[in-house]
Ligand binder design. Sequence first.
Ligand SMILES: Cc1ncc(COP(=O)(O)O)c(C=O)c1O
Length: 384
Amino acid sequence: MEQLLAYRDRFPILSDCTYLINHSLAAMPAAAEDRLLEYARMWRERGIRSWGEGWWDMPITVGDQIGRIVGAPPGSVIMHQNVTVAEMIVLSCFRNPGARNRVVYEDANFPSVRYLYQAQPELEVVAVEDDAAIVAAIDERTLLVPISHVLFKNSEIQDVEPIIRRAHEAGAYVVLDCYQSAGVVPFDLAALDVDFAVGGSVKWLCGGPGAGWLYVRPDLAETLEPTFVGWQAHARPFDFEPELEYAAGARRFLTGTPNVPALYAATAGYDVIEEVGVPRIRERSLALTGLLIELLDAAGFEVVSPREGRRRGGAVVVSTPDHAAVHRELGQRGIICDFRPDAGVRLGPHFFNTEDELRHTVVELSDIVASGAYREHAGAAARF
Ligand SMILES: Cc1ncc(COP(=O)(O)O)c(C=O)c1O
């Protein structure tokens, strides 16, 4: 624990406030600033030569670092801007699905994922109640099963193995959205035998915005032909040939010019996550969320996220009288968190948070509710 707390110095924002929003925009490592300066230096001093000195291959080299964190072999993860783009690339491999045109997911799937599939006229979306219902809904008409590993609203870990097994039995593909699990819950994509996986970097990976990722199972990558494609996906991009010839492996799932500055910034977060190690982060996360649940129970709050460790992701969600107003008042008291409508106030401690920060948060939360201090923000529509 002492060793983990030594990492606090590397996250400047921790000295200014109680930062419990690592499930949304995790604390920035100071090293991210140095990386961005290094990016600017390259641009300034090396100019066009920067492409050959690392920039062009960054979607692959940075993807390999993600691969080490999520148990994917080298060359199987590539970087994109966000999950929506990554899922669109997957979707673009299945343009004329015929009778196998169903997409099965659960209601609690993240909205942008839901919207993307809903917007495809050739697909029939079947939205079900929970992870167990997904297993039951998969049949030979199912093409894709885009699921969240950890649900964004209540931080519940989903039972993904039976879904993957059933999908494969029925000939369907699974797209596992690991945004809320990567960096805080250990898992191994190769062992899960999942077909595709996606995620981003703003949350537990501490990598900031603009660095989404896509994993494609290596044997599958050789056979699929994405139709959302760009010149980075060509076998010989610098020959500028008129016709498309797909690159081998995951490279064919690239599009155009990569988001270089975001990739520079992101690796600072991945470095810390790799250094600490996800199993150690998980151990600390379970201890902190366990304590938070105890404190909230003792203060008389209703915890609406899972209690059992097996189902508990990185955040704890607590029900309060007026989520938006309570969240606003917490922010004014220097406690940074968020809320989701119909769910509650989300508190997401990372490995660098302390027990005292959690005690302080619950004391303030109790005061805000008991004193009615939140009422002055009635009608608050805070989005962040
Ligand atoms: C589970 C999950 N998926 C996806 C996203 C975001 O998707 P995108 O990268 O398209 O913004 C989030 C949160 O922002 C999330 O919690």
